[in-house]
Ligand binder design. Structure first.
Ligand code: ADP
Ligand code: ADP
Length: 229
């Protein structure tokens, strides 16, 4: 079975004072290979919790998630994550950041070079290979984050408000880049956003979540994502 299947996932955080937070309640969703889902909902409705479960950083209290029929039980290279900010290796240059996954896989230097060249071209940072991450603007850093994620060739890309910290103009450019990458690579993408506009622009499918307990409020299929690029 191809794709991501979320079955009756609930997440309860037990707090030290004896109370608990029901962060997710009975969330079920099927996402086919290559679909782009945007997730919208008020703060505290469990968006990040859901993404962290899909990434394998958190184990659900009940229910399960499978990717291509295999149960997710921890982090894995087939699921890449892009955070709002701060997840790059600050002490490494751009090239080293993008190369990180391929190095972990023990790919040869020529193989790594090809990957780095291609991806930095794709995200428009070919001339910035040797720059340190802290020398780059926020938008450029997010390009590096995208390239680093893609360097692992994940099946699924999980993005937690990837453009939330950027100014409006940069955000608009990055939305175009995300759509382009999604179309070119055919990867499954889940993108959390606070912006309705962004959710409508990027998502083919749109999930609206509601809080207390966190759950799916509504799901929409949007017919017009095609025209966005
Ligand atoms: P935002 O609304 O900006 O998404 P969150 O409320 O999701 O911010 O919090 C950010 C991070 O802090 C999350 O990764 C979450 O796991 C953690 N977090 C949120 N609430 C609590 C809490 N009550 N106790 C411990 N960690 C929390
Ligand atoms: P969102 O991303 O939609 O803002 P989160 O998934 O961060 O929501 O949080 C959902 C709920 O779970 C919130 O009430 C938050 O405070 C709580 N929460 C998240 N992470 C933790 C944690 N590690 N410990 C306790 N409560 C948490």
């Amino acid at each position: 079975m191809d794709g991501l299947r979320i079955e009756n996932v609930s997440m309860r955080f037990d707090l030290p004072d004896g109370t608990h937070v029901q962060a997710l309640q009975d969330v079920s969703l099927d996402l086919g290979k290559g679909e782009l889902l945007s997730v919208l909902g008020p703060s505290g409705c469990g968006k990040s919790t859901l993404l962290n479960i899909l990434a394998g950083f958190l184990a659900p209290s009940s229910g399960q998630v499978t990717l291509n029929g295999r149960r997710i039980e921890g982090p894995g290279a087939e699921r890449g994550m892009v955070f709002q900010k701060g997840a790059l290796f600050e002490w490494m240059n751009v090239r080293r950041n993008v190369e990180f996954g391929p190095r972990m896989k023990n790919l040869s230097e020529p193989e790594r070079n090809t990957i780095v060249e291609n991806l930095l071209n794709t995200v428009g940072l070919r001339d910035f290979k040797q720059k340190a991450v802290y020398e780059l603007s926020g938008g450029m850093q997010q390009r590096v984050a995208l390239a680093r994620c893609l360097a692992n060739d994940p099946d699924v890309i999980l993005m937690d408000e990837p453009l939330g910290a950027l100014d409006a103009l940069t955000r608009e450019k990055m939305q175009g880049l995300i759509l382009k990458l999604w179309k070119e690579t055919g990867k499954t993408v889940i993108l959390i956003t606070h912006s309705v506009e962004e959710a409508l622009l990027l998502g083919e499918r749109l999930l609206v979540m509601a809080p207390r307990p966190g759950r799916i409020h509504r799901e929409y299929r949007l017919p017009f994502a095609e025209r966005a690029v």
